[in-house]
Design a protein around this ligand. Structure first.
Ligand code: BG6
Length: 472
């Protein structure tokens, strides 16, 4: 692995920060996504959060209170030897309603303190500008990303943070898992559907608005600081054909394109032919601004970041068992074991996915999420021996190293997800843990928030120190 490889960890404000009423922060999407049976309908945009029962629990409001614990958490990251830390900004902490012309100074100061803390340990900040996060006011008043006006609000926010953190931050990611908006439109992009409307058309319009905003953000970032490296982010995982039947192979190609579509635009700068045809066939006419095509073309991303949890699989006949626990519809792959939440485990799939992306785009890649969500049970001394997590990570790191060292994929870094335990995005549970650091809190929000180093903490420290070579 290259000597300057960025080993680190990743979190996002919506799932760890908490402090929802601190520092003049405005209400955000995450504050109204409940725990329990109503979570999915709300995240899918089929249930209005304003109709939720009064006793609903909202785990994101407090989360693991990184807001109050960031110094302690960063000290632990430093102890593991992190070279970078990926986190996201809460938009409504900086622009409480999203409509202000001037940023909330307190919000900027909080992130400045956090970034300074990182820099003091020599940890490179990797900042996601929008991770399943939008001021609630923009959702209720403008319909969120379905509305072009939100592009301007987003750029106003980008402008503020690109200027304020100039000289301190180098890596920016415009939208987390941009393709998630096709699957969980409210969680991914604040989209709620009206009865009877053409949902696919709404989703593609929101996608176009985000893609355009992302390209404008690249332009703005480079104008403010030519050193800035701006990336897109894909919820990745190659789609395998269930068999070598040509129909299955064709179906897998189509499924891959549903995801590649976003990166094709962000990395190559234009709508691919298959996407234009699809929109035509579905009778979808996008509302476009006069400069959109040019902006998309001229301001492509510097790197491509991705999350990888598993590969996907498809059968053309739609028969057979479905893969469990996944918002991306997938057939069950009989060759793979699954996690406790039914997510397939496929380390070689990471190597396959990295190669597919690098072949297609020839831009540097950055793995900004990967990991195993699992239940951890502290023993009577409070220790957590998470060998299952170590096994998962070891296999994936080796696959990543093969992609870099054997196949020549240009890789910037690796930041496993939820390096400190946090709230699960899909389930809202605390018990679905990814971290090297245990946080004493349960699904109902009870606990002390105490941080405990797991066995994987010490293991990952050795991996970083040896630049991964100790695993071979
Ligand atoms: C990705 C997201 O989808 O996967 C994260 O970017 C999320 O926000 C992660 O937490 C893992 O998913 P989950 O549902 O296990 O939290």
């Amino acid at each position: 692995m290259r000597k300057d490889f960025l080993w680190g960890g990743a979190t996002a404000a919506n799932q760890c920060e908490g402090g929802w009423q601190e520092g003049k922060r405005g209400m955000a999407l995450v504050d109204v996504i409940p725990y329990g049976e109503n979570r999915m309908p709300v995240m899918e945009g089929r249930m209005d959060y304003r109709e939720l029962p009064a006793d609903s629990i909202y785990p994101g409001r407090e989360a693991i209170d990184l807001y109050g614990h960031y110094k302690e958490d960063i000290a632990l990251f430093a102890e593991m030897g992190f070279r970078c830390y990926r986190f996201s900004l809460s938009w409504s902490r900086i622009f409480p309603t999203g409509e202000e012309t001037k940023p909330n100074e307190e919000g900027l100061k909080f992130y400045e303190a956090l970034i300074d803390e990182l820099l003091q340990y020599g940890i490179e900040p990797v900042v996601t500008i929008c991770h399943f996060d939008i001021p609630l006011n923009l959702v209720d008043k403008y319909g969120s990303w379905r509305n072009r006006k939100v592009i301007d609000f987003y750029l106003n926010y980008c402008d503020a943070v690109f200027r304020y953190f100039k000289g301190k931050v180098r890596y920016w990611i415009t939208f987390n898992e941009i393709n998630m908006l096709m699957h969980l439109p409210f969680m991914g992009a604040g989209i709620r559907f009206e009865q009877g409307e053409n949902e696919l058309a709404v989703k593609y319009q929101a996608a176009h608005n985000e893609l355009t905003a992302s390209a404008y953000a690249v332009k703005l970032a480079h104008e403010i600081n030519p050193e800035y490296q701006v990336g897109c982010m894909l919820a990745a995982g190659s789609v395998y054909p269930y068999s070598c039947r040509p129909e299955d192979v064709w179906e897998s190609m189509k499924r891959d394109r549903e995801n590649y579509f976003f990166i094709d635009v962000q990395a190559r700068g234009e709508y691919p032919a298959y996407a234009k045809k699809l929109l035509e066939q579905k009778g979808i006419q996008l509302e476009m601004g006069p400069w959109d095509t040019r902006i998309l073309k001229e301001h492509t991303v510097d790197f491509i970041s991705l999350s990888y949890y598993n590969s996907r699989c498809v059968r053309a006949d739609g028969q057979g068992e479905a893969s469990g626990g996944n918002v991306f519809a997938s057939a069950k792959n009989p060759y793979l074991e699954c996690s406790q939440w039914g997510w397939p485990i496929d380390p070689l799939g990471l190597r396959i996915t990295l190669n597919a992306l690098y072949d297609r785009y020839q831009k540097p890649l950055f793995i900004v999420e990967n990991g195993l969500g699992a239940r951890d049970e502290p023993d009577e001394n409070g220790r957590i021996a998470d060998d299952y997590r170590i096994d998962y990570l070891k296999a994936h790191i080796l696959a990543m190293m093969d992609a870099a060292d054997e196949d020549g994929v240009d890789l910037i870094g690796y930041t496993p997800w939820g390096c400190v335990d946090l709230i699960s995005a899909t389930t809202g549970e605390m018990s679905k843990r990814y971290g090297f650091i245990y946080v004493d809190k349960d699904d109902k929000g009870n606990g002390t928030w105490k941080r405990v180093r797991k066995k994987s903490f010490f293991w990952y420290r050795e991996v970083i120190e040896a630049n991964g070579e100790n695993l071979r």
